[in-house]
Design a protein around this ligand. Structure first.
Ligand code: NCD
Length: 306
């Protein structure tokens, strides 16, 4: 079992592996253009999604279909044996006996790791509560890499993460990947109660702010906005104190550098105005598109099809 290739945390990757996966994702883009391949024929992906999802689950499933494989899916915990009290370990043992790879999203940090300890097939973490979201961080990095390949490791690149950095698992995963590259300066912009957990802010050059100042907007190469994660708050009144704290509109985006980009893992709630979408800095739909080739690359990688 130890030789299985699970994807649990961004911390498991080194730079060489990241660059390799980016190369494979580029090849997958060409395969998508052609309509797909039959690389994963006779393989089955199981998606177990016990928290809401649109993009992540559908892009995993589309990725498997474009690779010529098949999918089985469980998306509503109310119809799952989990509701009868089945423990995750048992669910995983059962589903692993039907499938060749499992993508799982669950409510608790550490669930994907736990699943990997009981699975006879590779586990891919599609988000474990307030823990990590490594496949999102790979597609985010792929997006950044495509945009700034000429600058990465050469010139300084400034990124500001804005919003709910405490509960935002995409940020937890992405900032770990960015550490593998030279000269990336990170500013974490959040109110104190939503600031990034210390375990992810490991670089002495990291900066922390509570307000999104014009200075940050003007000088960043990447603004990475996130949603305030209402469902993770202990009380509604706590949420209401911070729900509108950050807001990006056309005037703000016009302050950004011409070739800077605005990213967001989505779903967006109120933090980015719709009329920002047409501006050249708005990169979130581009970012979403990159999920497909990255997840194709990851599925092919964990199934040893490359
Ligand atoms: C994110 C998630 O689920 O962590 N969405 C996603 O997968 N693209 C972000 C969020 O829910 O705010």
């Amino acid at each position: 079992m130890t030789s299985l290739k699970h994807i649990i945390s961004s911390s498991q990757f080194d730079k060489q592996k990241i660059l390799y996966l980016i190369t494979v994702a580029n090849e997958m883009e060409a395969i998508i253009q052609k309509g797909g391949s039959d690389m994963a024929r006779h393989h089955i992906l199981a998606t177990l999604f016990y928290e809401p999802s649109t993009r992540t689950r559908l892009s995993f499933e589309t990725a498997m279909l474009r690779l010529g494989g098949s999918i089985i899916s469980e998306t509503d915990i109310n119809f799952s044996s989990a509701i009868k009290g089945e423990i995750l370990q048992d669910t995983i043992r059962v589903v692993a006996s039907y499938s060749d790879v499992i993508a799982i999203r669950s409510k608790h940090k550490g669930d994907a790791k736990l699943a990997s300890e009981f699975s006879s097939v590779p586990i891919i973490n599609g988000g474990d509560g307030i823990g990590e979201h490594p496949t999102q961080s790979l597609l985010d990095l792929f997006t950044i890499y495509k945009k700034y390949s000429h600058r990465i490791d050469k010139e300084k690149i400034k990124i500001a993460f804005i919003g709910d950095l405490k509960y935002g698992r995409t940020v937890h995963s992405l900032c770990q990947l960015l550490r593998l590259f030279e000269n990336i300066e990170i500013t974490f912009v959040a109110p104190d109660i939503l600031q990034i957990p210390a375990e992810y802010a490991t670089n002495p050059s990291d900066k922390f702010e509570t307000i999104l100042t014009n200075d940050i907007v003007q000088n960043s190469d990447i603004l990475y906005m996130t949603r305030i994660q209402k469902e993770r708050f202990q009380s509604l009144s706590e949420y209401e104190k911070v729900e509108d704290i950050f807001h990006i509109n056309v005037e703000k985006v016009n302050l950004m550098k011409k070739d800077a980009i605005l990213m967001h893992p989505f779903p967006r709630v109120k933090e980015i105005d719709f009329n920002v979408d047409k501006l050249p800095q708005a990169f979130y739909f581009e970012q979403i598109k990159n999920g497909l080739p990255i997840r194709m690359a990851l599925i092919a990688y964990v199934l040893d099809l490359l």
